[in-house]
Design a protein around this ligand. Structure first.
Ligand SMILES: Nc1ncnc2c1ncn2[C@@H]1O[C@H](COP(=O)(O)OP(=O)(O)OP(=O)(O)O)[C@@H](O)[C@H]1O
Length: 651
């Protein structure tokens, strides 16, 4: 069937040119609109499959306004713009287009982009439908389970988190006419970890008396329809305390979504999703809830009237803390430490996409845990038993990368004495992790693009194409949009890879996680070096909290490793040199990059080990040997000496 395209473009010549190209290439053009108003009329008259959308239009409204509408109606769209500057790309990105074309573009670019847009859109529809079916099934299971309302709400929280992210979820009957807080809620305190919030907890956290809470409840506004409040707004009367305002202030809420469902006896039951992020909720969330309305109403009915609320399945859930035994659902995330909401948001997305074959692009500064997350996605996916192969695109010389990725035939070049499988073939059935994908040469970008489109590769010297079944997870610490705007990264590859982006926060954006990470690494290294761990000096913790961590978690890990090495096994870990700087004793050098940080750390470690070896006159083993004094295994010390190039002549 011919796909229908609506052209929204205010330049007459460009629009009619587009029409001609599209019609000659087998598309049907459903109309040309020059303003947002005309576009809306066209959309009502004849629903297109894809919209080509100029950003700047005649009249007051822009293409970006139309984009929001298209998104809510699940219509695919590709932006056209004469301006590829970063600001426009950033703004456009927020509407999640299926493609972006920079004018002037060639006919070929247009057709490729339409192709990509359609496949991205189809994939997201498929993913959405599968997700809805899965959620419906899970809600039915929750509804049928012999569990009480607390347990049911906890399970709803767990399954909804990745689709409708929240920091607090509450639910209860409306209107609030009992003077008592009968809602139940869960505050998110970790990935898949929730703390129950009932009346008792609310009174404790808010420091309110029961009578004061009753007054607040009596004054509270009740929304009758589904509604989204963004950026701290509410419908409450100014200067009158209310339940919503109390929750917003207590839990630092920025946005919330109210979703009422009608019970069979005519009463209304409300689900509330609260987030600490601004502008968290949008029409996609509402659309999903609408699709789940009946299932959510069925669970609500069971929550209120239950089968037998006293019955609970033993050992399944601990209602006080609200955690299931450990993070049983996601053991793959266990080694990913931290509870900051930006990290949890990224983990939610990972859990959501892992199940599908969709390509994933992980963005984030160096050392933020991109590789770790990529591995977790693989382990969470149905491909977990097949290979997980990583390729660092920046570390392989350009002359070798093609053979490394795609392999070569025997005799393909001098030295190719036998056929060698490339990384793609090695990853058959599993996942390939393309780290630092922004470093790929233009030639390699074309080849990766071909794989993403055709799922086929060609090894060097081979005549035929080989079909491979591999999922791609890529990562970069570069701003790929800027690379695209600068002409260094292919726009079509960017769109192919960027089907599902996940951004990992820098460590300075999630400083509240520093303590937990530091203790995690300290325990790990002390165990590795066979030293007892006595804690971290408060002054070290303070310095770490005040530092900006340009090298992110990797730098923190290195700092802790070094402190553990230099620790005598009897006292708390301490910093032996200024963070990001030099040892106090040596002349300060300028530290600009992560490499400088690493060099400085290695130098300190080297100096320390040499000083101990000098004390023991070079003796490594035995009582009062250097390893004994440093409280580490002699073999660990020896490998450190090799790594740090410490020779006899240095002593
Ligand atoms: N949340 C976390 N919890 C525990 N360890 C972590 C976490 N995130 C990262 N790490 C550790 O920090 C180090 C750096 O992580 P990783 O290699 O995944 O980062 P990256 O973003 O891929 O870095 P690069 O961009 O330089 O390749 C690794 O040793 C990893 O195990």
């Amino acid at each position: 069937m011919r796909k229908k395209v609506l052209i929204v473009e205010d330049e007459f010549i460009v629009a009619s040119n587009l029409r001609q190209v599209l019609q000659r290439s087998g598309y049907e053009v459903s109309g040309i609109a020059t303003s947002a108003e005309e576009a809306e009329e066209n959309l009502q008259r004849d629903r297109p499959d894809i919209v080509l959308l100029d950003i700047r239009l005649q009249g007051e409204r822009s293409g970006i306004d139309i984009a929001r509408k298209l998104k809510s109606q699940h219509i695919s769209f590709v932006y056209l713009s004469a301006n590829s500057n970063q600001k426009i790309l950033e703004e456009a990105k927020l509407t999640y287009p299926d493609g972006f074309l920079v004018k002037p573009f060639r006919k070929k670019d247009l057709l490729i982009m339409l192709d990509i847009a359609w496949s991205r859109h189809a994939q997201s529809l498929e993913t959405r439908t599968e997700r809805e079916i899965l959620l419906q099934r899970q809600l039915t299971e929750i509804s049928n389970a012999h569990s009480d309302s607390r347990q049911k709400l906890l399970q709803i929280a767990e399954i909804m988190q990745s689709c409708i992210p929240f920091d607090l979820i509450t639910a209860g009957l409306r209107p609030l006419n009992t003077g008592q807080f009968n809602d139940e809620g869960y505050l998110r305190v970790g990935f898949n970890e929730y703390q129950f919030i009932g009346e008792k907890a609310l009174l404790t956290i808010t420091n309110l008396k029961k009578t004061a809470l009753s007054v607040i409840l009596a004054n509270s506004h009740v929304d009758i329809n589904t509604i989204i409040y963004n950026n701290g707004a509410t419908s409450e009367k100014p200067n009158v305390p209310s339940l919503q305002k109390t929750l917003i202030e207590t839990f630092n809420i920025q946005s919330y979504l109210v979703f009422p469902v009608l019970l069979s006896n005519g009463l209304s039951f409300h689900y509330f999703f609260y987030s600490r992020q601004r502008n968290m909720y949008n029409s996609n969330h509402v659309a999903l809830l609408d699709h789940l309305r009946l299932s959510l109403a069925a669970v609500a009915e069971k929550m209120i009237y239950g089968d037998d609320p006293a019955i609970s399945r033993p050992g399944q859930i601990n209602p006080e803390r609200g955690t299931q035994d450990g993070t049983v659902n996601y053991p793959e995330f266990r080694s990913i430490i931290g509870n900051h909401h930006l990290l949890l948001g990224a983990l939610d997305l990972a859990a959501q996409v892992a199940f599908y074959n969709t390509s994933v692009l992980i963005l984030g500064e160096s050392g933020t845990g991109k590789e770790k997350l990529a591995r977790a996605i693989h382990l969470l996916s149905p491909r977990k038993k097949a290979p997980y192969v990583t390729v660092n695109c920046a570390a392989i010389p350009p002359t070798l990368i093609e053979s490394e990725l795609f392999g070569h035939e025997k005799g393909a070049f001098t030295g190719a004495t036998e056929r060698r499988k490339g990384k793609f073939e090695q990853a058959e059935g599993g996942t390939i992790f393309l780290d630092e994908v922004g470093e790929l040469s233009p030639d390699m970008q074309v080849k990766i693009l071909r794989f993403l489109q055709e799922k086929e590769i060609q090894c060097i010297g081979g005549n035929s194409l080989i079909k491979v079944n591999v999922r791609v997870v890529a990562a970069t610490n570069r701003n790929l949009e800027k690379e695209v705007a600068d002409g260094k990264f292919r726009l079509d590859l960017y769109y192919r890879l960027n089907v599902f982006p996940i951004t990992l926060p820098s460590l300075r954006e999630r400083k509240s996680d520093i303590k937990e990470l530091a203790v995690y690494f300290a325990e790990k290294f002390c165990q590795e070096f066979n030293k007892p761990f006595h804690g971290i000096l408060p002054s070290m913790m303070e310095d770490m909290m005040g530092y900006d961590w340009p090298g992110n978690i990797r730098e923190l890990e290195n700092v802790i490793e070094q402190s553990a090495i230099l620790n005598d096994g009897k006292s708390k870990l301490a910093l032996k040199r200024k963070l990001g700087g030099q040892p106090a004793t040596s002349a300060p050098k300028v530290i600009k990059t992560l490499e400088d940080v690493k060099t400085a750390q290695a130098e300190t470690e080297r100096e320390y080990i040499i000083s101990i070896l000098k004390q023991t006159e070079g003796r490594i083993r035995g009582t009062n040997g250097a390893a004994h004094l440093m409280n580490i295994k002699p073999t660990t010390l020896e490998s450190k000496m090799i790594k740090l190039k410490i020779r006899r002549e240095d002593l």
